[in-house]
Design a protein around this ligand. Structure first.
Ligand SMILES: [Zn+2]
Length: 341
């Protein structure tokens, strides 16, 4: 499958606009076309070990959950491990795509998978995703006499990036509604200036983004029935396939009836939530202390251990998305840099 078609399908699967504004998602390395994608390697982090594995397997595309290019690059040199990977991918014609926080926000994405450690009766995102803004973020509404309708419509019809509708108010008056971006408003007002004595009223509205149900960062889940803290620990270990995790038992927290999860680094998101347990990869000492002293237990698993298991789910999902036309493998070399020793 051509890389362009692959990227289109990946973007349909998880719209890059779901990602956080600070993130760097999407196609990060694009070989010169045509680029046929037959083999896709999935990894959480693109390390040199994963890069070598991808080369040995003749991968044409690496989907790296964490973006291997994040800070702007001023040079690509062989003394830097990240630069070696990027130049290697370019030379070996391996494309790189990173979905990162768009998969965190996705309904059925990384955070929903993490929450599956528990039996949940209901869940919702900690913060809500909204639909992408589209080309129009303003609505300019002109109320005019119906007799001036055609001449005013003629004036605004030539302005690019606008969408105009007319609403009949009664036999005498109508509203002209012009959807546009903020930058287009001066041009619209200028074009209708010669009719200003005929315009009864002018109003400007913000077009609000619409919440996307089930999409957003983190998840809060209500358990079907309360469990002990030790059972919660065992469930997380089993779900993530870990022998050891870290627990800060909340003061007076003896049973868990609700949980908030955040794959990766949860300190920014998991604060003062009305739940019995936080599960995340990492949090600062002071965030953990605050939660535990406030009666909320905290389970820390190390950053990528809360993300990597989703790759197996992703492998199945993308196999369906690409209708078996592309071979998709999860990297065997990818692992969290931290071990408990
Ligand atoms: Zn992460």
């Amino acid at each position: 499958m051509d890389l362009k078609s692959v990227v289109k399908k990946l973007q349909q699967f998880a719209d890059p606009s779901l990602a956080e504004s600070w993130d760097n998602v999407g196609l990060l390395v694009e070989p010169t076309p045509p680029h046929e994608v037959k083999k896709v390697m999935l990894t959480n982090d693109l390390t040199e070990a994963v890069y070598r594995e991808a080369c040995d397997w003749n991968a044409n595309l690496i989907i790296s959950y964490h973006p291997p290019i994040f800070a702007p690059m001023k040079k690509l040199v062989q003394s830097n491990w990240k630069d070696r990977i990027i130049t290697g991918c370019i030379e070996n014609r391996i494309a790189i795509y990173s979905p990162h926080t768009s998969y965190d926000a996705l309904a059925g994405g990384v955070n929903d998978w993490l929450l599956q450690a528990f039996d949940i009766s209901s869940s919702k995102p900690v913060t809500q995703s909204v639909t992408s803004a589209g080309p129009y973020n303003k609505k300019l509404q002109l109320t005019i006499s119906s007799t001036d309708r055609e001449s005013i419509l003629k004036c605004v019809s030539g302005i690019e990036n606008t969408f105009t509708t007319v609403n009949e108010l009664n036999k005498e008056f109508c509203e002209i509604n012009i959807l546009c971006g903020s930058g287009t408003i001066p041009a619209i007002l200028e074009s209708t200036q010669c009719f200003c004595d005929k315009i009864q009223s002018t109003a400007l509205f913000d077009i609000q983004k619409i919440p996307k149900s089930g999409y957003g960062m983190g998840r809060i889940g209500k358990l079907t029935s309360p469990i002990s803290v030790s059972e919660a620990v065992e469930r997380v270990k089993k779900h993530l396939g870990l022998a050891h995790i870290r627990l800060a038992k909340g003061i007076g927290c003896d049973s868990i009836s609700s949980v908030a999860v955040c794959a990766g680094s949860g300190g920014g998101l998991l604060k003062n939530l009305n739940v019995s347990l936080y599960v995340t990869g990492e949090m600062s000492h002071h965030d953990v202390l605050h939660a535990a002293q406030s009666g909320v237990s905290v389970i820390l698993c190390d950053h990528s251990n809360t993300e990597r298991g989703f790759l197996k789910v992703l492998q199945e999902s993308l196999t369906k998305v690409f209708q078996n036309q592309v071979d998709i493998q999860v990297s065997k070399s990818d692992k969290d840099p931290l071990d408990v020793v």
